[in-house]
Design a protein around this ligand. Structure first.
Ligand code: KG4
Ligand code: ZN
Length: 337
């Protein structure tokens, strides 16, 4: 099937054209980062307004870059949730309007489902596998039995991993979103310079906690006589990143041992982090795991990632009704398509 896919759950307006859930013909992402940067985080009302401004332009561009028109499209997949409800509604309304006007089948896809299946677009990965979803809003470990069959194994009890990167970046005076700034500085710093805590590391469960690491960085910053700059700043970034990555890696290893799963997919914006990629690859080599990271364009929010599930559901005959609503909160183990 040739699908048009639309994503607008947070601060990226994205549309893509994908064939058979795998072949990406276009994947346009319009980021609103500049709009939200001055507030140090996403402002929901501004996000909705910017989505409205961008949505038709982004869809037109996705069709044009793919070299197709709406006449060629055979189905529409859209992020239904979770996310900012006002933002989700913009993409969902556009998707429903196109589906109605063109009499096309429609499906609503779970945002995290998109993230954890994105790696399948770049190579075959056999089910079942373990998925570590790490983004600005999520830090979850899932047992992925197949498309539409997900079991939550663990989750963060407080901040999401990306949220922790963003908050630490903010208190270090870096830009928003902070993950990429921390990553860049950490590459030049010493990850062992400062010993930040590894919360829940030795607890016999698969949950995470990141607010303690963030508070430890805040206390460290406050304890310093002057501003943290230069090599010192690089060391703080590297030490924080090492602590966060170690917790993510060790909990993933524990999950692999407990479930017997050998294949691991790391997904979401934080999967771009070079320290996490390096630590996870080393661990995989040592422990005999097979680890997959989508390429950076498929890690962050993008519409193409919705096509794997979207194509599967539509090809199996599923059709969403045109009164489909957005859902701000939607547990992945209850996708129910
Ligand atoms: O998946 P995503 O694009 O949006 C959500 O669904 O939240 O993830 C965004 C998050 C942000 O918190 C951002 O700081 C983080 O991913 N991120 C990174 C890196 N690139 C993006 N975190 C650490 N290192 C990076 N290189
Ligand atoms: Zn996301």
């Amino acid at each position: 099937m040739l699908l048009l896919t639309i994503e607008s759950s947070c601060d990226e307006t994205s549309a893509a054209v994908v064939r058979d859930g795998r072949q990406i013909l276009s994947n346009i992402v319009a980021s609103q980062v500049d709009v939200h940067a001055r507030y140090g985080g996403v402002v929901p009302e501004l996000a909705s307004r910017k989505h409205v401004e961008a949505i038709t332009v982004v869809i037109d561009e996705a069709l044009e870059q793919a070299g197709v028109s709406l006449d060629d499209i055979e189905g529409v997949a859209v992020t239904r949730g979770p996310g900012l409800v006002g933002a989700l509604l913009v993409g969902l309304s556009a998707a429903k309007a196109i589906a109605f006007a063109r009499d096309l089948p429609l499906v609503g896809v779970h945002h995290i489902e998109g993230h954890i299946l994105a790696a399948l677009m770049e190579g075959d990965i056999a089910f079942p596998y373990l998925a570590l979803a790490v983004s600005g809003g999520h830090t979850h470990l899932y047992h992925v039995e197949g498309i539409g069959r997900y079991r939550i194994l663990g989750r963060t009890l407080d901040d999401a991993a990306g949220e922790a990167f963003d908050k630490v970046a903010k208190l270090l005076g870096l830009g928003y979103p902070g993950g990429v700034h921390i990553d860049r500085l950490a590459a030049k710093g010493d990850p062992e310079a400062i010993s930040f805590p590894r919360p829940l590391l030795h607890k016999k469960n698969l949950n995470f906690s990141f607010s303690g690491i963030k508070t430890a960085v805040l206390n460290y910053v406050k304890s310093q006589p002057g501003p943290i700059e230069g090599a010192h700043l690089e060391n703080v970034a590297a030490s924080f990143q090492a602590a966060a990555a170690e917790v993510l890696c060790q909990k993933t290893l524990r999950a692999a041992r407990e479930t017997g799963l050998q294949r691991v997919v790391v997904a979401g914006g934080v999967a771009c982090n070079s320290g996490l990629r390096r630590q996870m690859q080393l661990l995989a080599q040592k422990e005999g795991l097979e680890v997959h990271f989508p390429s950076p364009a498929l890690c962050g929010d993008n519409a193409a990632m919705l096509a794997v599930a979207g194509d599967h559901y539509l090809s199996s005959g599923f059709r969403a009704p045109l009164d489909l609503n957005a859902v701000a909160s939607w547990p992945l183990d209850r996708v129910g398509n």
